[in-house]
Design a protein around this ligand. Structure first.
Ligand code: KIV
Ligand code: ZN
Length: 515
């Protein structure tokens, strides 16, 4: 079995999903989980894009011990220096430097001729070689690059001593036969190609990212790049869990394997979904809520007789377990800690105290608490600094024949408290109008979604909102047994993220204004 290296870019390309803004603590939490999952390499961000991103990459670099940590850079010395700074303290640092190579990008974006692109990339790699022993070079939009020029660029990167050469289908344009053929062509024509690892990096614009990545593997790719849940720019990146399970389930066909701990997939997927605010669709392969559900009578009958009739892999393989009743109102701190340990969470004392207080609050409202409830509590936002706004109290009135109103009390910077009352088109609208007038921020609600964490009338409700302010777009999440309170919490959470963003600009979207 050939080993396929997994390069996770959830924290970089994944974070480029519209509205996703991870702060440093959230990036570190995801990075720890990616380590448990067993990814070989993880791209933590784009340090030159903002001071916040540089600090977040540095925090990940210092925290991760069992995977190579990578920083992205344009083919510019300043960007490379920012990655050097960001990767200080990393156990196994790697620079990822890229330059676009396709005719469209050369003509319109770079305004460079082929020889200028080649020279710019070459001098970037040469400069980087002084500081990094591991360099990945990416030919951005390699998929739409002329075959001869693509091979010439790859040959240059091999000569200059790159460790990995990445062939991205940046715009998700190719089909599996075409993408696979590129790897075959490079393997056959580029001198000394065996000195580098070839990497596949696909986007899902036409829904072919997984198929294209698998085609690359069949044609000799050593590394694949992707994200958890397939999040990423536009339609997203290759979903790592799909590649891992394709290789596992069809080992007979692919003859290749990853080093991933497969039963960490469900937990990783859930954590990424919670912290990014990007819900996983029910029918998403491998990690969707319905991925292992059997609805039709014929299928259920088959499953009862023999699981393999309709199941090609088991939910346990990826770490799905039935949500169990675990604790109740009378459970003590010891039982709570034990339960968290069993679920894979070893909290420090301060965190445990905070989580236990939240658990007690929930237990007052909800009789039986399941492991999914606990996860929802644990995965609440982890601010980098004390939050600007806090929801102190909320009340509202609603009657079918009268206009709704809401009153909120919001604490500001832990000192001042502001109360405001407002009406609106519905109760949620009234609450949001009241919060707006209490905090005096100009924001637009771009998206609102609600879902139940578990089954039952007393299930926790989880609300996600997206707010826009100027060019910044952030998501917020709120969890409560009351969906209106969850709605208010999600809104306040998003306002706090906007405030955090103003304090330390971490969002890099649009920060890197040119190539
Ligand atoms: O899709 C792409 O081309 C990228 C590069 C920066 C590798 O993400
Ligand atoms: Zn990409």
């Amino acid at each position: 079995m050939r080993k396929i290296y997994i390069f996770d870019t959830t924290l970089r390309d994944g974070e480029q999903s519209p509205g996703v803004n991870l702060n440093t603590r959230e990036k570190v939490e995801i990075a720890h989980q990616l380590e448990k999952l067993g990814v070989d390499r993880m791209e933590a961000g784009f340090p030159a894009a903002s001071p916040g991103d540089l600090a977040a990459v540095n925090a990940v670099a210092r925290a991760v011990k069992n995977a190579s940590v990578i920083g992205l850079s344009r083919s510019r010395e300043g960007d490379i220096d920012a990655v050097r700074e960001a990767l200080k303290g990393a156990a196994d640092p790697c620079l990822h430097v890229f330059l676009a190579t396709s005719p469209i990008h050369r003509k319109y974006k770079l305004k460079m001729e082929k020889h200028q692109v080649l020279e710019a990339a070459q001098s970037a790699i040469r400069y980087a070689k002084k500081y990094f022993s591991k360099i990945e070079f990416s030919l951005e939009d390699a998929g739409r690059t002329e075959p001869d020029f693509r091979a010439e660029m790859v040959a240059m990167a091999v000569r200059e001593g790159a460790y990995v050469v990445n062939i991205p289908d940046t715009v998700g344009y190719l089909n599996p036969a075409e993408y696979g053929a590129i790897f075959k062509h490079l393997k056959e024509t580029v001198p000394d190609i065996e000195k580098v690892q070839l990497s596949a990096h696909c986007h899902d614009d036409l829904g072919m990212a997984t198929a294209n990545t698998l085609a690359a593997i069949l044609n000799g790719a050593d590394q694949i790049e992707g994200t958890i849940n397939g999040i990423g720019e536009r339609a997203g990146n290759t979903a790592i869990e799909e590649i891992a399970l394709a290789l596992e389930t069809r080992a007979d066909y692919f003859g290749a394997k990853t080093g991933l701990t497969l039963n960490e997939i469900a937990r990783t997927s859930r954590l990424v979904s919670k912290l990014t605010g990007m819900n996983v669709p029910g029918n998403k392969a491998i990690v969707g809520a319905n991925a292992f559900a059997h609805e039709s009578g014929i299928h259920q009958d088959g499953m009862l007789k023999e699981k393999t009739t309709y199941e090609i892999m088991s939910p346990e393989t990826v770490g799905f377990k039935e949500s169990k009743l675990v604790l109740g109102k009378h459970s003590g701190r010891h039982a709570f800690r034990e339960q968290l340990l069993e679920m894979g969470y070893a909290l420090e004392d301060a965190q445990l105290n905070e989580a236990f207080a939240k658990f007690k609050e929930l237990a007052d409202k909800k009789k039986e608490i399941t492991d999914d409830d606990l996860l929802a509590l644990l995965e609440e936002r982890l601010p980098d600094a004390p939050e600007l706004y806090g929801l102190e109290s909320l009340s509202f009135s609603f009657a079918t024949e009268a206009a709704p109103t809401a009153t909120v009390k919001i604490s500001v910077a832990g000192e001042d408290s502001r109360t405001a009352e407002s009406g609106g088109n519905g109760t949620v609208d009234s609450i949001y109008n009241a919060i707006d007038s209490a905090v005096g921020e100009e924001v637009t609600l771009v998206d609102y979604s609600i879902q139940a964490v578990t089954l039952g009338k007393d299930a926790l409700g989880e609300v996600h909102v997206t707010l826009r302010q100027g060019e910044a777009e952030v998501r917020g999440r709120g969890v409560s047994t009351d969906v209106l309170e969850a709605s208010a919490r999600a809104y306040v959470d998003a306002l706090n993220r906007l405030a955090e963003n103003r304090r330390v600009p971490s969002g890099r979207k649009g920060a890197e204004k040119d190539w």
